[in-house]
Design a protein around this ligand. Structure first.
Ligand SMILES: [Zn+2]
Length: 122
């Protein structure tokens, strides 16, 4: 019985965290934004690693999913935060900052034609 209680507590903590993380989601809910990006070398997004390759990315305003184009496999879905910018991005840009162990960390993605910044947290 004690074991069950411990599991329930852990689930409650996970749910609470998810709700907090969704609060600052941005304003294009219902209007999915998609594009394709090419990653030249492995990078981290949050705690996940993306291998090099071409990805279809789709953001629904709360989460961004990454689908590895070569296999059609959705490999990652991450919480996406961001804000509206004054003007639309004219190019698709992936912002990568140096991370631990020499692996780059994706912090932000701008999608061509969209005025929303897609920001990820570690
Ligand atoms: Zn987004």
């Amino acid at each position: 019985m004690k074991h069950v209680l411990v599991v329930l507590t852990a689930l409650a903590l996970v749910c609470g965290t998810a709700l907090i993380a969704q609060a600052p989601a941005h304003q294009h809910i219902g209007k999915k934004i998609r594009d394709e990006i090419t990653i030249e070398q492995p990078v981290m997004i949050g705690s996940a690693t993306l291998k090099a390759g071409q990805y279809e990315i789709i953001c629904d305003g709360a989460t961004m999913s990454f689908t590895y184009v070569q296999t059609g496999e959705k490999v990652l879905t991450v919480q996406c935060h961001g804000k509206e910018m004054a003007s639309k991005a004219t190019t698709t840009e992936v912002y990568i900052e140096p991370g631990p162990k020499g692996v780059g960390v994706v912090t932000k993605i701008l999608l061509k034609g969209s005025n929303i910044e897609h920001v990820f947290e570690g």
